[in-house]
Write a protein that binds this ligand. Structure first.
Ligand code: UGA
Length: 431
């Protein structure tokens, strides 16, 4: 077990809480700071504000080494290492909004025990150099600076954190690189050391390449629909080439979530502001937004118009295993279905109550897939929840006004769905 360090983590969101809980499990003394009093109160009462498998157990089991507070200044004064884990949402122009990062940097003034400030939030290349300059300006010249981007996926973040493909450590000096590596002792993965700018770019490049694979898979699927062939077989065989890899080649409704849409846009914008037109990434983003429009176009064709039709949307979160609704493709699709004059009935096992938010306020939410499907003219699988495998599909088809199902995630078995009585559409599969 690593020597227990005093670590202050700023941001009690998906990244900050997972990082904090994992560091506590490695033997460190962790204070998690957030500006939202309500969130901190919940955590202090033993409740976890987000759903992430294994997180609640870690927070409970290592509670003696975890503190939650809104007092960022006191946390900084006591910390040896500060981790910046706040969110960096996109601005209207596509840049990352770094205001929360700067709010953290400001409370570090006078932090006497501090040895290093480490950024885990995804930031544009060059941000570290600016934070370094700010620390120098605050008299924290001896404090090291590092970039330690995260590569954890929601729904399996704890496992990804503890067993990573790599831990990327960007630092300008050896002592800081060693310190960051040391606090990861017990994590099962290689540490890759580089300079700060390279670490910042590695994070954006990794997400951009994963998004590229998804957009590529979606284009092959769309092409298979036009020229013939079964995209699932094609992509499976393509992915068996170890140089290409089998992951992130599942076609569907386009990527969503809090990372890919934001990070691809941020990298394209960053490139543009440096005078470089990142053509490939621009196309990846465009393909993704077209992919989110396709289900509505295909349902409109199949139903001979959407006005007055009822569509059941099965799944609302951006992927299964999470309650996260950020940039969920379902949101775009539901907005378009409503704009076309359809009535939308939704089901999701984990999505939070979004009934007050656009476009969900104009939809109804149902407790089970079968309830959502009652009387519907079409069903759309928008998230591949495992629970969909347990739906009595024959009964479901009989409950619908018209048994048409568009499987936007290729989650169901075409033969089974046809046998259940459905007209079954999917993404690029020869059904
Ligand atoms: C992603 C990356 O996978 C993580 O490595 C990264 O650390 C994280 O972003 C981040 O930057 O914080 P996440 O957004 O949680 O993680 O979700 P993914 O599992 O990567 O899925 C992203 C989207 O791509 C989802 O909408 C998913 O449905 C879609 N997807 C994924 C596909 O459409 N096809 C695929 O083959 C894979």
């Amino acid at each position: 077990m690593a020597q227990g360090r005093r670590i202050a983590i700023y941001g009690a969101g998906y990244i900050g809480l997972v990082t904090g809980a994992c560091f506590a499990s490695l033997g460190h003394h962790v204070t998690v700071v957030d500006i939202q009093q309500e969130r901190i109160d919940m955590l202090n009462a033993g409740r976890v504000p987000i759903y992430e498998p294994g997180l609640a157990e870690l927070l409970r089991d290592h509670g003696d080494r975890l503190t939650f507070t809104v007092d960022g200044r006191t946390a900084a004064a006591r910390a040896e290492v500060v981790y910046v884990c706040v969110d960096t949402p996109p601005t209207v122009s596509g840049d990352a909004d770094l205001s929360r990062v700067w709010n953290v940097v400001r409370v570090l003034e006078g932090a006497e025990r501090l040895q290093a400030v480490v950024t885990k939030s995804t930031v544009p290349v060059g941000t570290g150099a600016r934070i370094r300059a700010a620390l120098d300006g605050m008299g924290l010249v001896a404090v090291g600076y590092g970039s330690n981007p995260e590569f954890t996926a929601e729904g399996r973040a704890v496992g990804d954190f503890m067993n990573p493909d790599r831990v990327v450590v960007g630092a300008a000096d050896d002592a800081t690189a060693r310190l960051i590596a040391e606090i990861h002792q017990g994590v099962n993965g290689p540490v890759v050391v580089m300079d700060v700018e390279s670490a910042e770019l590695t994070k954006l490049a990794a997400n951009a390449l994963l998004a590229t694979k998804i957009s590529f898979a979606n284009e092959i699927a769309n092409l298979a629909e036009a020229v013939g062939g079964d995209a699932a077989s094609v992509l499976q065989a393509v992915g068996m080439d170890h140089r290409l890899g089998a992951h992130f080649l599942n076609p569907g409704l386009g990527y969503g979530g809090s990372c890919f849409p934001k990070d691809t846009t941020a990298l394209k914008t960053l490139a543009g502001s440096a005078g470089y037109h990142f053509q490939l990434l621009a196309a990846v983003i465009e393909v993704n937004s077209l992919q989110q429009r396709r289900p509505v176009i295909r349902l409109k064709e199949a139903l001979d118009g959407l006005s007055g039709r009822t569509v059941a949307v099965l799944g609302m979160t951006f992927k299964p295993g999470t309650d996260d609704m950020r940039e969920a493709p379902s949101r775009v699709i539901v907005g378009r279905l409503l704009a076309e004059g359809a009535t939308v009935r939704c089901w999701d096992p984990l999505a939070p109550d979004v009934s007050g938010a656009e476009p969900w306020s104009a939809t109804t939410r149902h407790h089970s897939p079968i309830e959502a499907l009652q009387g519907a003219d079409a069903a759309l699988v928008a998230t591949e929840w495992p629970a969909l495998q347990q739906v009595p599909w024959q009964e479901a088809a009989a409950a619908m006004a018209r048994p048409l199902l568009f499987d936007g995630r290729n989650a169901l078995d075409p033969a089974e769905m046809t046998a259940a009585g459905f007209t079954y559409l999917s993404v690029g599969r020869a059904d």
